[in-house]
Design a protein around this ligand. Sequence first.
Ligand code: ADP
Length: 268
Amino acid sequence: MSNDPLRDWRIAEPPHYRAQADEVALFEAAYAARLPVMVKGSTGCGKSRFVEYMAWRLQRPLITVACNEDMTAADLVGRFLLEPSGTRWQDGPLALAARHGGICYLDEVVEARQDTTVVIHALTDHRRQLPLDKKGELIRAHPDFQLVISYNPGYQSLMKDLKPSTRQRFTAFDFDYPEADVEAEVLSTETGISSAQAHQLIAVAHAARRLKGHGLVEGMSTRLLVNAARLIQGGVSLHAACQMAMVRPLTDDADLRDALEHAVLAVI
Ligand code: ADP
C-alpha cells in the first residue's frame, strides 16, 4: 500500500526472538484486550527485541521512541512546523501511532520527565484519546493502536520513576537474563558462535552478574555477550573479545576488572 502512512515502520523480516516462557501468548492476550504493556528489566536483556518480534507477529507497524530527559510532550504528540508557505502540523510518534493504528514503544520511559509522560494518560485508559491541544484536535485512537513502554527498575530513584498514576495503567512483564541454555541458543543463532564458546562467555557473564550490588550497578547484559560473540566470529581471540566487549564497557573500577579478568582466565 503506497499511501500507508506507517509503511516505514512496518517490520518485513521476522526478528529473531527466543522466548523465555509464555510471554508471547501473554502479550498477544494483552494486545487482544488492547491493554497497554510495560516491559521491565535490566539493560540489554531482550526487551526491545521482544517488542519488535511481537509487532512483527501481530503485523503492526512499530514506532519506537528512545526517551530522554530533554524530551517534551511536543516531541511525542507533534508540533507546527514553519514553512515558506505557512505553518504545517506534523504528528509526533505517539499521534502517528494512535491515528493510524501502530504500536508505539517508549523505550526507557523513566528517562522522560513525568510532566512529559502524562500525555499518555488519556490514551491508556478507557478513553483511548490523545488531545492535540495546540492543534485543537482530539485523536480517538485507532482500534489497532497499542502503547508499550520499557523500564529498567535498576535505575529507579526518586527523581526517575514512574508516577503511580502512570504505572497503574499498564500490564507488566518482568524480564531477566535468560537461563544459560537459552542464552547460549540466543548467542549461537544471533552470531553463529558454537555452543561451547557461547557457554564460555556465559560463564564469565554469570561471574559478573554475581557482582551486581557488590560494586556493579548492572549485570553483564546479553547484548555485551552478543558483541563479544561477533568479535570472536570475526577472528578475535576469546580473551580479547571478553575484555573488549564485556569487561571494559561494563566497569572502570580496577578491582572489579581484576575480578572479571580472573573469571575470563578461568574459562579459557
Ligand atoms: P533491551 O532489554 O535493552 O531492550 P535488547 O532487546 O536490545 O535489550 O537486547 C539486546 C540484544 O540481546 C539483542 O539485540 C539481541 O541480540 C539479544 N537478545 C537478548 N535476548 C534475546 C532473545 N530472547 N532472543 C533473541 N535475541 C536476544
